[in-house]
Design a protein around this ligand. Structure first.
Ligand SMILES: NC(=O)C1=CN([C@@H]2O[C@H](COP(=O)(O)OP(=O)(O)OC[C@H]3O[C@@H](n4cnc5c(N)ncnc54)[C@H](OP(=O)(O)O)[C@@H]3O)[C@@H](O)[C@H]2O)C=CC1
Ligand SMILES: CC(=O)C(=O)O
Ligand SMILES: [Mg+2]
Length: 415
């Protein structure tokens, strides 16, 4: 076993199995403490909440707690590993919620037979939480699940692999195309993958100015085109009337390659055929569609990004989900709508153009970082992400009428 693999296993196993635990926020040392925390004192908030359901936000941790819920059907790019094998990823998302946005989360892995059973399970427990982050649920079921839960629940339901990924990808793509001197409306875009992440990313990129007719999307069977009779309604939205059938056919002259599929699916030969100054986002985790070392060895005019923390330009939903929930929870948004997503795109994108604080340089053992080919998107460690993204999202929620609370006074000013 490699040193890195062993270190990763040890990190998860030692000294305590797993990555999260529960912390108390109130004293529980004396009989007097317990008489407040439990019987008889706990009856008082129960009575208040029974009279006024909104008081649940006043007397419990609901308002700052997000459930991270998966069925393990699309665990990173590893495929359908099932609920239990997804648990390290879900605990990881909980770790990121806490570390970057001070949000408490529970990871919940659901074993189910039908999509309806999954929806019912989540809908029945949803009110315990301030929001629900759906994770690593494969397409097309993820679309059905998210729509049904949005209809049934009055808290934000957010499928991270769709919308978190799309927001970060759009932010990074707008910046990358700017650095490469390309107009997003003219860019020829190849998207390898046609699942949860790919469909959401391309939908949002089009909302941000990409031209639908310049987009080619591919799944395991090749190019998505109008003469295929095996397309779901979600893939049909990206069907082109074209004779092109393979990645080889569409990659020639492409300005952008976006990989949301699986490992090592873009070859060096294919990369060579792309247009001058291409943008390559190989976002499959943990192994990208093309390794950055190989990509950089083939051409020196590209902007390269992956979903990984160990290479520059990490295009990963970690740059979004903690912060979009921070903003949504703080104004008690009933949902996360399009206005909030677009606000997040621009807050993330704009931060990459600002001077990088010393703490971020230290976290990456770097001496200098500035907007350009090797730095198109902020680093997850950047403390300004929480402030800027949550503020933009909370404002957008208030302005678009989905917030129950007003923007708090001086919100994020001291963050
Ligand atoms: N960097 C980031 O922040 C994120 C990265 N991702 C990555 O994106 C990938 C997809 O995740 P997600 O959308 O949630 O999963 P889904 O299961 O919903 O979708 C997977 C898609 O990839 C396609 N695919 C798989 N293998 C191939 C192949 N050999 N050739 C062409 N297409 C292929 C599938 O094709 P078909 O439809 O034919 O089955 C499907 O369309 C994963 O690798 C994941 O790690 C996801 C979210 C965030
Ligand atoms: C990053 C992430 O959510 C994924 O790869 O599934
Ligand atoms: Mg995921």
């Amino acid at each position: 076993m490699s040193d890195f693999k062993q270190a990763a296993l040890d990190y998860h196993a030692l000294p305590t199995p797993g990555k999260i635990s529960i912390a108390l926020t109130k004293p529980a040392e004396t009989s007097a403490d317990l008489s407040l925390a439990y019987s008889p004192g706990v009856a008082e908030p129960c009575r208040e909440i029974a009279k006024n359901p909104d008081d649940v936000y006043k007397y419990t941790a609901k308002g700052n707690t997000v459930a991270v819920i998966s069925n393990g059907t699309a665990v990173l790019g590893l495929g359908n590993l099932g609920p239990m094998a997804s648990k390290p990823v879900m605990e990881g998302k909980a770790l990121l919620f806490k570390r970057f946005a001070e949000i408490n989360s529970f990871d919940i892995e659901v074993t189910h037979k039908t999509t309806e059973e999954f929806i019912n399970t989540v809908a029945c427990i949803a009110d315990s939480f301030g929001g629900i982050n759906l994770e690593d649920i494969k397409a097309p079921e993820c679309f059905i699940i998210e729509k049904a839960l949005n209809e049934r629940c009055s808290i934000p339901i957010f499928h991270d692999d769709q919308h978190g990924t799309a927001i970060v990808t759009a932010a990074a793509m707008i910046n990358a195309l700017e650095v490469q001197g390309k107009d997003i409306a003219d860019a020829n875009i190849v998207c390898l993958g046609a699942g949860a992440a790919a469909i959401a990313c391309m939908t949002l990129l089009i909302e941000c100015g990409a031209s639908r007719e310049h987009v080619y999307m591919l799944d395991r069977k090749g190019v998505i085109h109008t003469r295929r009779d095996d397309l779901t309604e979600y893939k049909q939205l990206f069907a082109n009337n074209t004779d092109k059938r393979t990645l080889d056919d569409v990659i020639a002259g492409a300005d952008v390659f976006l990989g949301l599929s699986g490992p090592n699916l873009l070859s060096a030969e294919q990369l060579k055929k792309m247009a001058p100054n291409p943008v390559v986002f190989a976002c499959s985790n943990p192994d990208p569609e093309i390794h950055p070392d190989l990509a950089h060895s083939v051409r020196d005019d590209l902007i390269m990004a992956t979903g990984r923390s160990d290479y520059p330009n990490q295009v990963n939903n970690v740059l979004c989900f903690p912060f979009i929930f921070r903003g949504a929870l703080d104004v008690r948004a009933r949902k996360i709508n399009s206005e909030m997503k677009i606000a997040a795109v621009h807050a993330i994108r704009e931060l990459a153009k600002e001077e990088v604080p010393a703490s971020v340089l230290e976290a990456g053992s770097e001496t200098q970082l500035s907007f350009g080919k090797g730095y198109i998107i902020p680093r997850p460690m950047d403390p300004r992400l929480c402030k800027n993204v949550a503020l933009a999202v909370a404002k957008a929620a208030v302005d678009s009428g989905v917030a129950v609370l007003p923007l708090p006074d001086n919100y994020m000013q001291d963050a």
